[in-house]
Design a protein around this ligand. Structure first.
Ligand code: PLP
Length: 399
């Protein structure tokens, strides 16, 4: 198999699996129990918390382990809005970018529908980038949370998080001066960016940050939410006192251990690895651009503003899904947009927000690279892709 869909998920690396295994069997204790195996499990969770906090430039008490970024993003928006509604005694306002992952957009939609929360959807330019000035202009006295992703999962566009962070900082000072007691929270979904970019929470000036382990060689079903000390947040899950009462439920010990290990491993060799993946991506972009007519690279032209592992193209006059089926017959895995929207045949909200016509957006294909890939994989892909595109275009009713 040639796997070119690392933005959808990645295999669990051997070291991660080895770190996890004892916590399924001999070290099976419940971290809340006082006897030895319980204490061992608790120590493992604590150590993992310290590791991931260190990698984010945070303190251990600012980490909430979750079931993945979907949960992290849901509770970030809902937990902050609930607290804000209580402070305001009125419905708050939320700002999200229009290219967020569905779990952010749908959480905002849910808050609007169920509680009348007002939502501003920030536009993006043709390259998929948010303008920090638009964030500044969108902030209102009752804005509770601003959520802008760090790196886009469909296009690889890197959003100007640190710049937005500075704007939010100023807006917070302004509020203090004006006696507005409503906290302003800046959240970022850093799922795709974590492996490649600086994710220090102070450098970025973020109050909340979401991650999920399976996008960087950890297991599926575990993630985290970083929450800056003092952030006002209502827990969304009630029960035990786990995660300092912020997320009830017995900790997923083996998966938490696996996530910490995965995070440690990817950050350890970040510079070399980043360069390798960037070179592969540029080779892929160069070959597709040269060898396939009417293939438009989606996202920022400036490669500094692109995540190293993602290259998305619009192949004009054909369906992305048809290309994928043809590639699958050769055991080559790629995707159209995001894994969550594929199958719906609706053009992605991301390409739509970037201003592409629906007709062109239908021909979107995302290649996302990772540890498993080499130049030979790209060469193999390019043995077939030009022919597939040509064949499909010959059958296309659109000329
Ligand atoms: C994959 C992904 C998510 C969701 O992660 P889950 O593990 O499915 O909860 C959220 N945001 C981005 C940008 C993603 O790529």
């Amino acid at each position: 198999m040639i796997y070119l869909d690392h933005a959808a998920t990645t295999p669990v690396s051997k070291e991660v699996l080895d770190a996890m295994l004892p916590y399924f069997t001999e070290k099976f204790g419940n971290p809340s129990s006082i006897y030895r195996v319980g204490r061992e499990a608790k120590d493992a969770v604590n150590e993992s918390r310290a590791t991931v906090a260190g990698l984010l430039g945070a303190s251990p008490s600012e980490i909430i382990f979750t079931s993945g970024a979907t949960e992290s993003n849901n509770i970030a928006l809902k937990g902050v809005c609930q607290s804000a509604a209580n402070i305001l005694m009125n419905t708050p306002h939320v700002i999200v970018s229009s290219v967020e992952h569905h779990c952010v957009l749908d959480s905002a939609k849910y808050l609007a529908k169920s509680y009348g929360v007002d939502v501003t959807y920030l536009p993006v330019n043709k390259e998929g980038l948010v303008n920090p000035e638009d964030v500044k202009n969108a902030i209102r006295d009752n804005t509770a949370i601003i959520s802008v992703m760090y790196g886009n999962n469909e296009t690889g566009a890197i959003e100007p998080i640190a710049e937005i962070g500075e704007i939010v900082k100023k807006a917070k000072e302004e509020r203090k001066k004006n006696g507005n007691a409503l906290p302003l929270v800046f959240h970022t979904d850093a799922v795709q960016a974590f492996q490649y970019l600086d994710t220090n929470v102070d450098t970025l000036s973020v109050d909340m940050l979401s991650l999920t382990a399976h996008k960087f060689y950890g297991p599926k079903g575990v993630g985290l939410l970083y929450m800056r000390k003092g952030t006002k947040f209502y827990p969304q899950q009630q029960g035990g006192a786990q995660e300092r009462g912020l997320r009830a439920g017995t900790e997923n010990v083996p998966y938490i251990v696996g996530m910490a290990k995965a995070m440690e491993l990817v950050k350890a060799d970040i510079e070399n690895y980043k360069l390798k993946i960037e070179n592969l991506r540029d080779y892929l972009i160069e070959r597709i651009s040269k060898e396939i007519p009417e293939a438009e690279l989606v996202g920022p032209k400036d490669s500094e503003k692109r995540l190293p592992h993602i290259a998305a193209f619009l192949f004009k006059r054909i369906e992305g899904e048809s290309i994928l089926i043809n590639l699958d017959m050769l055991d080559i895995a790629a995707s159209s947009g995001s894994a969550c929207t594929s199958g719906s045949l609706e053009p992605s909200h991301v390409t739509k927000a970037m201003g592409f016509a629906d007709m062109d957006a239908h021909g979107a294909i995302r290649f996302s690279l990772g540890k498993m890939n080499s130049k030979a994989d790209i060469d193999e892909l390019m043995k077939h892709l030009p022919g597939i595109v040509e064949k499909l275009r010959a059958m296309s009713p659109i000329k």
